[in-house]
Write a protein that binds this ligand. Structure first.
Ligand code: ARG
Ligand code: ZN
Length: 876
């Protein structure tokens, strides 16, 4: 365990490394508890470093066995070695080879960082600082070396031996039960991209020929018996490889690309060079066990990790403050890929929903931080929605401002200039500035200022002058460490919708507004559009062109009009959501009578519109989540009142539209066997939305329909959707269906995770007892991150009424789990504690109980840096 209060690391303190490593030879002798690692580092003094600087290598919990310089063993007096650091105060020369032998215990590694075991297999996770748990090394992303890795192991225990790059040699070790393999990665890389895998794994093999004719062997390795579930991942991989060639001109650069799925993994997946390691949740799928959401998650994560090969690996980060350089950009790239593979508007709506749920809430609370933070105490806590999802939005805004061609020119220049380097956000911005001649100084504030800007817009029509005027102001709310902010560059895409529903021409003075992009750069600005013959309705922030909160003052009638006519599908969706949000806020605040007629009419029209994609309809008709309503209310939040208001509105819609919904449900019966394509998934999503609305009052008919679907479904999407409906209601069918589901899928941990999630999210006063009971269930394990996230994580982050019980029992429970988990796996523990990120917006009673729980965590001695950092900042 590290210090509870390590000194913060600051971006401003960045210094180049004193020593570089040109070449690394690793030799692993795998063993369950005593794996022997021999590292030979070709060290060279950095000409840009400090005169006479010592060699200081990072370690974390290491046991040193032996040290040698250029082959000669080193006497104890000439170095200093502790678990966390190795120092050579007087290096013998300006370049030499340091040989280090360490012993590590993969079985005892419950943090799942460094070399560990998952279901008996050996695997590694090195980003961000796991390599130092394997050997002493300058474990920072700006030290790039060429790696050769030799692995030996018992043939029985680990018939498969993998590492980065290309396989150069393998075979038995004569006279022993062991065998070996040697892998060589020709591309210089930082240590966080190192990976090793050893174990009993089934392989799915395929090939890919790149645009320039390189033949690549593709392999997906999964636990034995699961090979038939890797087909969709392989298909997604090949589509990703092709797409990066056409969309960005990026080809794959090794002869082998391997993916390994493991069942114990802290995050989603990892882009190690040529050897991606995945949480098996993002690889394994079959119609019987995976939902449409799982399929699209697999497609997105496979693409994301593959795209890192260029944005992350070929060009890496200078330091961890630049994390968004690879993550924001790569999320943008995977979102674009999925948009091209599926429906662009539907993908955009789903991404914005996710952005608002995770990032806007983070940005409005005590854990808010810039896309590029200025300091950190634990870098693992900065793999956040802000760095990833807001980081992607910043890249998207850049594209909106520069246009398709300018953006591509900037990307091309970035790849050309920085290939093989560890780069910064400044380098990235400079490539776009130089390629297009545009000054991006003010735009770069998006990387520096935290908080979600509020853009307030007032429209006025002058019939005589035939002008329409938009008065726009922007302000960024204060966030931790940033009380005042400067105005940002905000690309606000707008349209003016005329009385017949068509867009009016957008002309400012004599210039046509290209692509509808208004560039906000000042605290207050006005735009006067000319040649406007009738009063329009403004459609603002089309496609969610900027990650801001727009205050538009649109009337309910205007929203109904946009929902029916806006040429921008995102804003049609948003108009309906805005209508609903207004009603929900009112309902939650005052228990005010809900008057949803306008919303009902607009929803009915959407449902009846045969020109619209079912997936779009499902998104448009799904009410804003409880979290979004809470964030809109901003203060004195009572989650029970929100829940009640949402349920009342849902019932009103369900009752009023019952006929249309039943008709939709009947019309959308699948015509054939399950296929995971977007069109089929869209029909299922609308049909299952209808199922949910039709059961909202727990009518006998609604429950019977869901129960029948649960029993008859031939795929997991429909079965789970029906179960999700049943569990929301206190009916006998609930426990019956839960028991049947468990019996049917108990052998399948990833499916049982869904069973945990649904139960953890029931909005009922006995849910906490249920969750506590399930923690003792044989299928649950505190040692497996997917189980913890599915049961306790889903309760804390997905059940606002029960996590925030007024008696404080929900908060206390989550704090207890965090404290129990922290000594075993600090990353998963701190992630769970982050569920408190919106605690300050709660009403006083619940706020006090959240604060007490956070204080109890913060005051516990011996906390990990991860949990201590979150607790301190959440309270700060
Ligand atoms: N770079 C990985 C990705 O593709 C995330 C790995 C983060 N791992 C961690 N332990 N923080 O997003
Ligand atoms: Zn990533």
């Amino acid at each position: 365990m590290r210090d509870a209060e390590p000194q913060p690391i600051r971006l401003a303190d960045y210094r180049p490394p004193e020593w570089l490593v040109d070449k690394v030879d690793l030799d692993f002798a795998l063993h369950p508890t005593q794996a022997r690692v021999t590292a030979r580092l070709a060290l060279r003094r950095n000409p840009k470093g400090t005169q006479g600087a010592p060699v200081i290598l990072d370690g974390d919990g290491l046991t040193l066995v032996r040290l040698a310089i250029d082959g000669a063993p080193l006497a104890g007096s000439s170095f200093e070695a502790g678990p966390d650091r190795l120092t050579l105060a007087h290096p013998p020369a300006d370049s030499f080879t340091l040989e280090i032998e360490t012993l590590v215990d993969p079985t005892a590694n419950t943090q799942l960082m460094g070399l560990y075991r998952s279901s008996g297999n050996y695997c590694t996770q090195c980003e961000p600082e796991g390599f130092r748990r394997i050997t002493y090394f300058p474990d920072r992303p700006d030290v790039l070396a060429v790696y050769t890795t030799r692995i030996e192991a018992e043939r029985e225990e680990a018939p498969i031996l993998l590492s980065n790059g290309n396989l150069v040699e393998s075979g038995p070790l004569p006279g022993t039960t062991r065998h070996y393999a040697v892998w060589q990665d020709p591309w210089p890389k930082p240590s966080y991209l190192f990976a090793l895998v050893g174990g009993k794994l089934a392989k799915v093999a395929d090939r890919f020929v790149t645009a320039s004719g390189r033949e690549v062997e593709l392999g997906i390795y999964v636990e034995e018996g699961k090979a038939e579930r890797a087909g969709y991942a392989m298909d997604a991989l090949k589509r990703s490889m092709r797409w990066d060639e056409t969309a960005f001109g990026r080809e794959y650069d090794l002869d082998v690309f391997n993916i390994v799925a493991v069942s114990d993994f802290n995050m989603g997946a990892m882009e190690n060079k040529g050897l991606n390691v995945f949480n098996d949740k993002y690889v394994l799928a079959s119609p019987q066990v995976a939902t449409d959401a799982d399929y699209s998650g697999i497609e997105g994560v496979i693409a994301h990790e593959y795209f890192h090969n260029w944005t992350g690996n070929r060009i890496t980060c200078r330091d961890w403050f630049q994390l968004c350089l690879k993550e924001g950009l790569t999320v943008f790239r995977d979102q674009e890929f999925s948009s091209d593979q599926r429906s662009r508007p539907v993908k955009r709506i789903a991404d914005v929903r996710a952005l608002k749920a995770a990032q806007f809430s983070e940005d409005s609370g005590p854990l808010a931080h810039p896309v590029r933070p200025q300091s950190y105490r634990e870098i693992n806590n900065f793999y956040t929605a802000t760095v990833y999802e807001k980081g992607a939005e910043v890249v998207r805004m850049l594209k909106t401002l520069l246009g398709e061609a300018g953006f591509r020119a900037g990307m091309d220049l970035y790849f050309q200039r920085h290939d093989g380097q560890a780069a910064t956000i400044e380098d990235f911005a400079a490539a776009f500035a130089d390629a297009t001649g545009r000054d991006l100084t003010q735009f770069s504030l998006w990387y520096e200022q935290s908080g979600t800007p509020v853009v307030t817009v007032k429209g006025s029509y002058d019939a005589e002058a035939r002008t329409y005027r938009l008065d726009v102001s922007q302000a960024v709310p204060p966030t931790p460490g940033q009380p005042t902010k400067a105005p940002m560059v905000i690309p606000l895409v707008v349209g003016l919708v005329g009385p017949n529903g068509d867009d009016l021409p957008l002309t400012l003075g004599n210039t046509v507004v290209e692509r509808g992009v208004l560039e906000l750069t000042k605290a207050e600005q006005s735009f006067v559009f000319t040649g406007i013959d009738a009063r329009p309705v403004p459609s603002l922030n089309r496609g969610f062109s900027a990650p801001v909160n727009v205050v538009s003052g649109l009337t309910a009638d205007e929203r109904v009009f946009l929902a029916a006519h806006d040429a921008d599908p995102f804003n049609r969706f948003d108009a309906l959501q805005g209508l609903a949000l207004g009603l929900l806020k009112e309902g939650a605040r005052a228990g005010a009578p809900v008057a949803p007629e306008a919303l009902i009419g607009a929803a009915r029209n959407i449902l009846a519109n045969t020109a619209l994609d079912p997936a779009f309809k499902a998104q448009a008709l799904a009410l804003p989540g409880e979290g979004e309503i809470a964030r809109e209310l901003a203060a004195d939040v009572d989650p029970d009142a929100i829940y009640a208001a949402r349920k009342a509105l849902k019932s009103a819609l369900g009752n009023a539209l019952a006929g249309d919904l039943a008709q939709t449900y009947g019309a959308l019966v699948a015509a054939g066997p399950f296929t995971p394509d977007a069109a089929s998934a869209g029909r299922r999503s609308l049909r299952n939305l209808a199922l949910d609305y039709l059961a909202v009052t727990a009518s006998a008919e609604g429950i019977a329909r869901a129960a029948a679907q649960f029993e008859q479904a031939d795929n997991m999407t429909d079965r789970l959707a029906a179960l999700a409906v049943l569990v929301q209601h206190d009916v006998p069918e609930r426990e019956r269906a839960l028991a049947a589901f468990y019996e049917r899928f108990k052998a399948d941990a990833l499916v049982i995770d869904k069973w945990f999630i649904l139960q953890a999210q029931i909005a009922a006063s006995d849910t906490l007892e249920r969750v506590k009971g399930l923690m003792a269930h044989p299928a649950f394990s505190l040692g497996n991150p997917n189980r913890v996230r599915s049961l306790v994580g889903a309760f804390a982050a997905g059940n606002p009424t029960q996590f925030n019980r007024p008696d404080g029992a929900g908060h206390a429970f989550v704090a207890d789990v965090v404290l129990t988990l922290d000594p075993k796996n600090p990353q998963v523990a701190s992630r769970l504690l982050s569920s408190f990120k919106t605690w300050r917006q709660l009403e006083p009673v619940r706020r006090a109980s959240a604060e007490a729980a956070l204080r109890r965590v913060a005051d516990t001695p011996g906390l990990s840096a991860d949990v201590s950092d979150i607790a301190t900042r959440a309270l700060g």
